[in-house]
Write a protein that binds this ligand. Structure first.
Ligand code: ZN
Length: 411
């Protein structure tokens, strides 16, 4: 039988072998592998979910790699639907155009271009665009909407082929994708090869400092292979022949870095300032990661104690949201359908399914007010404020919300 998983033995950035495991979240199912019926429960696949720190280059990473064909070829998350996203994308396209003085002959390539919603904004500005999107269903949606898209994974081979067919790119954009790639250096080498000499690679990655500070351990799942610091990124970019020209902190996906890299000979001065701050935070030291792991374990014990205590008192507990991160949290804390009877989600595609591993049924949001559970654990905690506001009716009848990280709090 074909194996869908392999384990690396060396760092994906520097090939170093001094890799310290510091957080073991146990064997877990894929965070987005929701199940359609109880018949599937017994056939579920589990993979190790353990996080390592490279003592040579400081990159925080998973070594267990699930086949990207399993993870990304049919993807249900489509970005183009919300108006907020469209506004965000329009502003993003303007920023990049102004920064690079893009002209109509210039090419913008987006890696993991999804349904083409960001490239559409570039198209409106009159530049040439090309999407590279491995999810065939999304690539087809993009093409149908008039955005030229190839359905490949991005690599140095793909980059060579694109450069040959379309010429060099003035901008290569890669939001929320580098962390998903097993061969990080090959990806960056490909981007460098595709860039015009005055072009820029603009990419967004989760920032490890935020993961540590806010104890966002539930954002760790098999799709996210790396959690970057600037100190790790600097070495990685150097090894791919890229220099970092600018870094912005952006508040997406629990806190990310937006990095601009090009072919200039040296890094911008801001890079050293970032690394100084990271040094003070101890991001180069195994100690900081061990402390994080101890805090995560403490947080798990507190959450279990709280929800199990509520059940012992005879209270009913439900959850809000069925995000991927909720599944890391539920599986790691061992909170199953005997504790949480159901979760609710606004995404119709998830309603009627069961959460991976813990098998909690996903129901429509309207169920919350109909059945009025005593407590609701917010799994989509990044939207907690918005959710509590929307569910004023549930609260008015005495319902309570709980946010789980960094430690459980009743609202
Ligand atoms: Zn390394």
């Amino acid at each position: 039988m074909r194996s869908f998983h392999h384990r690396r033995t060396s760092c994906r950035a520097c090939d170093g072998e001094r890799l310290m495991p510091f957080l073991n979240l146990g064997r877990q199912p894929l965070a987005n592998a929701f199940l359609e019926s109880p018949d599937e429960f017994a056939r579920e696949a589990f993979y190790p979910l353990e996080v390592y720190f490279c003592e040579n280059c400081s990159l925080v990473q998973l070594l267990d790699v699930v086949d990207p064909d399993v993870l990304f070829r049919d993807y249900i998350y489509v970005t183009g639907t919300s108006e907020t996203m469209a506004t965000h994308n329009a502003a993003y396209a303007h920023t990049v155009r102004d920064l690079l003085n893009l002209m109509s002959s210039d090419l913008v390539v987006e890696v993991a271009s999804n349904d083409g919603s960001l490239l559409r904004q570039f198209q409106k500005l009159g530049v040439r665009t090309l999407g590279v999107e491995p999810a065939r269903n999304l690539a087809a949606v993009a093409r149908a909407g008039g955005i030229e898209t190839v359905d490949h994974f991005f690599s140095s081979d793909t980059a060579r082929a694109v450069r040959e067919s379309h010429g060099a790119a003035k901008a290569v954009i890669a939001n929320n994708v580098l962390a998903h790639v097993d061969d990080t250096r090959d990806f960056l080498c490909g981007a460098r090869h595709l860039l015009a000499s005055d072009g820029l690679l603009v990419f967004e990655v989760p920032y490890v400092a935020e993961l540590l500070d806010r104890l966002e351990y539930d954002t760790i799942y098999h799709e996210h292979l790396c959690y970057f610091s600037v100190m790790a990124l600097r070495k990685l970019c150097e090894s791919a022949g890229l220099s970092i020209m600018r870094i912005d902190r952006v508040p997406v996906h629990g806190g990310s870095l937006r990095v601009y890299a090009g072919l200039q000979p040296t890094h911008a001065a801001a890079v050293a300032s970032f690394i100084d701050v990271e040094g003070e935070m101890g991001l180069h030291s195994p100690l900081r990661y061990r402390k994080f792991a101890a805090d995560v374990e403490k947080s798990r014990l507190l959450l279990r104690k709280m929800v199990c205590g509520l059940r012992t008192q005879g209270r009913t507990v439900a959850a809000y949201g069925a995000p991927a991160k909720g599944n890391t949290l539920l599986n790691y804390c061992g909170i199953d359908a005997s504790i949480i009877s159901y979760t609710v989600d606004r995404n119709e595609r998830k309603v009627g399914l069961y959460t991976p591993g813990m098998h909690i049924p996903v129901r429509p949001v309207s169920v919350l007010e109909e059945s009025q559970p005593d407590d609701v654990l917010i799994l989509a905690w990044n939207f907690a404020g918005e959710i509590m506001k929307q569910q004023a009716g549930y609260r008015a009848q005495g319902g309570r919300f709980i946010t789980p990280v960094p430690e459980p709090v009743v609202h």
